[in-house]
Design a protein around this ligand. Structure first.
Ligand code: IMP
Ligand code: MG
Length: 188
């Protein structure tokens, strides 16, 4: 667990990238898109824990079509800031068979997480795979897949808040912050 004083210091020096108001506006736009596409598809929504917890919890009540809900739990970052091996805590299961699956994740970074999820979900016999990510990191490198629905774009920096953690902390923030560039570089 991160030292609470360090957690407060990290937030204190962080840069606000998207305010709560801006996050909520993006969420509304995304919900409207999903509402127009999934009208009568009755998809199975798969939320990727833990980062998608806030996005999912705020998105679901804005959706006005029938849906089923389930989750997977995979972590790639652990508590560090560089993407490492993928660790599945809860894997996708047989209930995806024959379904239109819509995966919800907090952020599309290198894209390894969503690509692995797509491969597993399709191997289990899903009929269609869609993904909605709240944020898409713009790093200029090729991603193995693009998200079908995106809330906001983010610069290539380590971000936290709105479900995303820094050393395990601050998933609970309603806005999105980035570490100052100098600190981020020093810690890498
Ligand atoms: P990818 O496999 O590189 O696309 O990583 C995606 C996953 O890594 C997301 O589900 C996030 O949980 C996590 N992640 C990626 N970038 C960040 C970040 O800047 N801050 C916090 N978590 C991140
Ligand atoms: Mg995640």
């Amino acid at each position: 667990m991160i030292d609470p004083l360090r957690a407060r210091a990290l937030l204190g020096q962080a840069e606000l990238l998207y305010s709560e108001t801006e996050v909520q506006a993006a969420l509304q736009r995304l919900a409207q898109q999903l509402n127009s596409v999934f009208v009568d598809q009755h998809p199975l929504l798969l939320s990727v824990m833990g980062g998608a917890v806030v996005f999912t919890g705020q998105l679901l009540p804005l959706l006005n079509f029938p849906l089923d809900f389930d989750y997977v739990h995979v972590s790639r970052y652990g508590d560090g800031k560089l993407g490492g091996a993928m660790h599945w805590k809860v894997e996708p299961r047989e209930n995806v068979r024959g379904r239109t699956v819509l995966v919800l994740d907090d952020i599309l970074d290198e894209g390894h997480t969503l690509a692995a999820l797509k491969q597993r979900v399709m191997a289990l016999g899903a009929a269609r795979f869609y993904s909605a990510v709240f944020a898409d990191k713009q790093h200029g490198r090729i991603k193995p897949l693009q998200a079908d629905f995106v809330g906001i774009d983010l610069p290539d920096r380590f971000v936290f808040g709105y479900g995303m953690d820094i050393e395990g902390a601050w998933r609970n923030l309603p806005a999105i912050y980035a570490l100052p560039v100098i600190v981020a570089l020093k810690e890498r």
